[in-house]
Design a protein around this ligand. Structure first.
Ligand code: ATP
Ligand code: MG
Length: 470
């Protein structure tokens, strides 16, 4: 038996005591009760109360009306923010996402009845420490089953986000879907389509923290959610690969995502890394097997609009697309130092650790012994470390001279010639890092400028419009 009152943090108990002093009841409810019963770390301690939002605001000095329209006040304690929500009952839903009206009640059972899953619909009375579990959530926790409260078809038709929450909970809580709940999700795709892209992204992000996010993505695929949200992934299913792979493209993406470290964006990259394969697959008579030429470039082209649509930040999108673009690493021990330096320039020094992690997961997800591939990645890592110890110049910004030095030396104004000369200088430095020294670079620049096409050589006349040259 859990001694709930001893288990609830002191400051949260303090909120309940203050409510009781005002003559109101309160219960801890939802995710915190579920997580304690599952033996998982608790995220937020949420309280349900018989007090109305205005009463809550009056009782606490530090109270923020964060969601007052749904009855939620955030009480700031010494240690945390506690969401205190007035008991709410059933309502109608016409937009497929939000209740039409907020209906405050004084009955905890009615409040639990409007919650999504039985395991999320358990409360603990903060006066007595007794559990309120009218939908047998404890039984479902014991058998690790995710079951909708009440009639599944109705619950998912009310709010399409619950479909995705179900998929996420199956992965993060490692439970299975009750069959009626599963078919309720399948029937609610019209409502699911109304969920905003931001909410979908937030659920994907939370899903990626599971041990095996593939469990959620399988539900998304079979239920039709992916069809709505990311149809680009569907051709991977059933797309057989070649002798290097035991799984089809979909199965490999799932295995790779599960094998990747629990870094959300790295896992999204793993999910998408081979999304270009179905489009690039061709049969080679020479090898009597499939080839996937250029799939990483095609994949990057497909991944970018997916991530824009799902409102990933620009930084996250750039990182993921770059990982998809460069995940095919062809390094072998015969590569020269200059070839390794050119590769670092192409992928960017800041992406190296990500790429090692993705390539390792890629190898782990093939269904064959990954050790030879792991060794190759370690070989690349060592080669990269060696060349990086010798040179830090992998972009024109790292050169020992800059554009203004070139303009001074050649007595020319800014223009496209500068970029061309700096790029050409970087090429010489990638070949031979010892050339990254200002006098040597200026020598090299003289030869490069002399070889520029004649129109590049024309000095700029003041006032002349040269925008067409860019
Ligand atoms: P986590 O915090 O790990 O995402 P959680 O279950 O605490 O999980 P919250 O979004 O914090 O999820 O919601 C708190 C509680 O509110 C849930 O446990 C559930 O009882 C209820 N709830 C949340 N979203 C919905 C919804 N879309 N439909 C019905 N009930 C919901
Ligand atoms: Mg929560």
């Amino acid at each position: 038996m859990v001694d709930w009152l001893a288990l609830v943090p002191e400051d949260v108990r303090g909120v309940a005591t203050r409510l009781a002093e005002g003559g109101f009841r309160s219960w801890i409810v939802g995710g915190c009760v579920r997580d304690v019963l599952l033996g998982r770390p608790v995220g937020d301690w949420d309280l349900a109360t018989s007090a109305l939002p205005d009463d809550v605001l009056k009782l606490f000095r530090k109270a923020i009306p964060t969601g007052i329209e749904h009855g939620t006040i955030t009480v700031v304690t010494r240690d945390r923010h506690v969401e205190v929500t007035t008991l709410r009952g059933e309502s109608t839903y016409t937009d497929g996402r939000h209740p039409d009206a907020v209906n405050f009640v004084d009955d905890i059972v009615a409040d639990l009845a409007r919650r999504d899953f039985t395991i999320n619909a358990i409360a603990v009375d903060m006066a007595s420490g007794l559990l309120v579990d009218p939908f047998e959530g404890q039984r479902d926790i014991a058998v690790r089953t995710l079951r909708a409260v009440g009639r599944a078809d109705e619950r998912f038709a009310e709010d399409g986000l619950r479909c995705l929450r179900a998929a996420r909970f199956v992965a993060t809580l490692e439970c299975t879907l009750d069959p009626a709940t599963e078919s309720g999700i399948h029937g609610a795709m019209g409502t699911y389509a109304k969920v905003s892209a931001e909410r979908v992204r937030d659920e994907w992000v939370k899903t990626m923290k599971a041990r095996a996010p593939s469990r959620a993505f399988e539900i998304m695929r079979t239920s039709g959610m992916l069809n709505v949200t990311c149809a680009e992934l569907l051709p991977s299913f059933g797309c057989a690969q070649n002798r290097h792979h035991a799984y089809d493209v979909w199965g490999h993406a799932m295995a790779c995502m599960d094998a990747a470290p629990k870094d959300v964006m790295l896992r999204v990259a793993a999910l998408l890394h081979d999304v270009g394969k179905p489009r690039s697959r061709a049969f080679s008579d020479k090898t009597n097997d499939y080839t996937f030429y250029d799939h990483e470039r095609i994949g990057a082209e497909i991944a970018d609009p997916i991530l824009r649509r799902l409102r990933f930040s620009n930084d996250d999108r750039t990182r993921i697309v770059s990982l998809v673009r460069h995940h095919l690493v062809c390094w072998d021990p015969s590569w020269s130092d200059a070839a390794v330096r050119r590769w670092i320039k192409r992928v960017g020094p800041e992406r190296l650790e990500d790429l090692y992690a993705l390539c390792t997961a890629d190898a782990d997800g093939k269904g064959f012994d990954p050790r030879p591939e792991h060794e190759r990645i370690e070989g690349l890592r060592a080669h990269v470390a060696k060349v990086m110890a010798e040179s830090h110049a992998f972009s024109t910004k790292d050169l020992a001279i800059d554009g203004s030095a070139l303009m001074d030396t050649f007595k020319r104004g800014p223009g496209p010639w500068l970029g061309k000369v700096l790029e050409a200088l970087l090429e010489t430095v990638l070949d031979d890092p010892s050339r990254n020294e200002s006098s040597r670079l200026l020598d090299d620049a003289r030869a490069i400028v002399a070889a520029l096409p004649p129109h590049e050589e024309r000095p700029r006349r003041p006032g002349k419009d040269t925008s067409h040259e860019r």
